[in-house]
Design a protein around this ligand. Sequence first.
Ligand code: NI
Length: 137
Amino acid sequence: MKVTVSRKAHFNAAHRLYREDWSMAKNDAVFGKCNNPNYHGHNYELIASVTGSVDPVTGFVIDVKVLKDLIKIHVEDAFDHKNLNLDVKDFKDINPTAENIAIAIHNRLLPHISTGLELSITLYETPRNFVTYDGKS
Ligand code: NI
């Protein structure tokens, strides 16, 4: 029997979406307001979900306190109140879109999750816009 355990978290961060090799007009056309040269912020909401078998001894898939602490250390402390383009090495060469942020969060957490457990990241950039990455493809 597999069960999914989820933990919500939150961080505020600034970003800009643009390509240096494109004109300002093309960047505006593709990225809209997210191409503001002076950056802008989002209130990101994160759901980290871990799926696996229930341990017969503890009754846990993962201790949710452990998951909480992993998110705090590897995501919140790294991203909260940061400029994702300038301050976070994950986005040195890629745009900090919701898609790429979800992948980066997955990459940061997965090494700390026990083998055999599956990790899925859902990231809300706005209350209506969100992406999900489960690392499978
Ligand atoms: Ni934006």
